[in-house]
Design a protein around this ligand. Structure first.
Ligand code: ATP
Length: 512
């Protein structure tokens, strides 16, 4: 556990030290759960966004893009259910004054029972070897049966309390003697609902001002534009609309760096399908999204599906792609079959028809929707944290290297003159002039070349190109590969194609 925490601390400090992520308005001691992307972070984030956009919009002829405004007519949020139901149950500890999500406290307690059961199962597996029958063990071992039954009972009571009466959730917390994880105190307030939307006002004078919300998800901008896009683009069902953009949630507990922020970015795609066909599209998108993640090579073992048993009011099937973050497996992306809930709700509240005429079936209907919803910042964290490595080299020294997928790296190559004289800097600058039309490249002449290599390793730059005295003679340079540290002597004229081969989106996306 301590080790995991250390890794995470290292991720946060590396992100700051190397110009990826800073706390927002740090001169005023920051703003809780709000972050700024710095010179290298903004490039990595942009590359992730582009990698997603290309695979969604450019590579699918039945998916188009959209950039809807953050501010929307307030009735949008009434129709979507966010005004009435976008709540988290919060509870305060009276002694520590710390605030928690009541459901998370209970879920964490239940999870511990699950972990205990798993430990028993693993112990038995080792003991019995090949003869081990897991299913039989789970149903007959008294301890495992008890742990799992208790876990189920707690989660069922939680679900009931959440939908019917929050006093029962408080009672459950007291009954289970759940303590403040930080201080051990059991002195709790009642559980209250807390709406996660940020409010703001439109208009100059107080009496004529209209109450608005900062959007808590990008999806509704797509739903209200469904007919506009379908008609103007002459789109035929099934088709999708993709969008990336900011979303805002006043999260109660936001302590995990960019994993849970109050201002964050989503990359969503809503796919409109014939009613009845949704499960087939849902299965397709589950698979397609996992393949997209795997194409980046962060390791298959770091992903798993979590199929939802408890479904949101609008969904008839839902799953998360969970990722192995430095603090364990957590949701990275959601794939939801949302039925016709949203379009129907907007029809009712707007009085307009949000339907599609299906020429093949010769009838009008409200399409069903399958959505894929990925947090750009969470994706950033997944990529960044998994790529950060501390390596011990053959000579016993160590290096910090950010093994980012080359396609996402902020800078593709650094051009380094071996010394600051003899015309080498001029040649280096000429190389930069050539390469910068196609790639983000950088120049560095400060310090010994070995230190410059280390600095580029820590920034995740896949290539270092070194100009030396031989370059003057024969127009060749050395190119050093970040991950293997191998150096090859190549012609300046070949640099572009060597880099292109490793960083082109095409080559990476073709792995899907
Ligand atoms: P969680 O259960 O973690 O709060 P959620 O189920 O509310 O997430 P969705 O509403 O499905 O999340 O949003 C889709 C995606 O947006 C999530 O999978 C996640 O990647 C991202 N996301 C949601 N909330 C945040 C946040 N506060 N900060 C960063 N990313 C977020």
């Amino acid at each position: 556990m301590a080790k995991q925490e250390d890794i995470f601390k290292n991720v946060v400090s590396h992100a700051k030290e190397y110009g990826f992520i800073f706390p927002s308005s740090e001169v005023y001691d920051g703003l809780s759960a709000v972050y700024d992307y710095a010179q290298n972070g903004v490039e990595l984030k942009k590359n992730i966004r582009e990698y997603w956009w290309k695979s969604m919009v450019q590579m699918n002829d039945n998916i188009v893009g959209l950039d809807a405004a953050i501010l929307m007519h307030p009735t949008t949020w009434k129709a979507s259910g966010h005004v009435d139901a976008f709540n988290d149950p919060l509870i305060d500890n009276k002694d520590s004054k710390k605030r928690y999500r009541a459901d998370v406290l209970v879920e964490d307690y239940a999870e511990k029972l699950n972990v205990k059961a798993k430990k028993e199962i693993e112990k038995a597996r080792t003991r019995f070897g090949d003869a081990f029958n897991e299913q039989e063990f789970i149903t007959t071992n008294p301890r495992v049966v008890e742990y799992l039954a208790k876990e189920r009972e707690i989660l069922e009571r939680l679900a009931k309390g959440m939908s019917e009466d929050l006093a029962d959730v408080k009672a459950l917390i007291e009954e289970l003697e759940i303590a403040d994880p930080e201080t051990g105190s059991r002195n709790w307030t009642d559980v209250k609902q807390f709406n996660l939307m940020f409010g703001t006002k439109l208009g100059a004078s107080a009496d004529s001002a209209m109450d608005l919300y900062l959007r808590p998800e990008t999806a509704q901008g797509i739903f209200v534009n469904f007919v506009n896009v379908q008609k103007s683009g002459r789109m035929k069902v099934p088709f999708g609309i993709a969008q990336t953009g900011k979303a805002f949630r006043n999260e109660i507990v936001a302590r995990q760096f960019i994993f849970r922020m109050r201002e964050f970015e989503q990359m969503e795609m809503q796919f409109f399908v014939r009613p009845g066909d949704e499960m087939q599209h849902y299965e397709h998108w589950k698979e397609a999204r996992l393949k997209w993640h795997l194409s980046l090579g962060l390791g298959q073992e770091n992903y798993r599906f979590h199929d939802h048993e408890k479904l949101a009011h609008y969904a008839n099937a839902a799953a998360d792609i969970e990722f192995n973050f430095p603090f364990g497996f957590k949701e990275l992306e959601g794939i939801h079959s949302r039925t016709d809930f949203d379009l129907k709700a907007h029809e009712q509240h707007s009085g307009r028809k949000l339907q599609y005429f299906d020429a093949e079936l010769n009838k009008n209907y409200v399409p069903y929707v399958v959505e894929t919803s990925l947090g750009l910042d969470r994706m950033f964290l997944a990529v960044f944290a998994t790529s950060l490595k501390e390596e011990v080299l053959e000579d016993g020294s160590s290096r910090t290297v950010l093994k980012l997928p080359a396609v996402l790296a902020p800078t593709k190559a650094a051009v380094l003159p071996l010394v600051k004289k003899d015309g080498l800097p001029d040649i280096a600058h000429q190389i930069i002039e050539e390469l910068k039309w196609d790639f983000n490249v950088t120049y560095d002449e400060k310090d010994a070349v070995g230190r410059r290599y280390r600095r580029q390793d820590a920034l995740g730059t896949p290539f270092c190109i070194t100009v030396d005295h031989q370059t003057i003679e024969d127009q060749t340079v050395t190119i050093r590969h970040r991950d293997t540290m191998k150096q090859d002597r190549v012609a300046i004229a070949d640099l572009k194609s060597i880099i292109e081969n490793e960083v082109s989106m095409k080559n990476w996306l073709m792995k899907m």
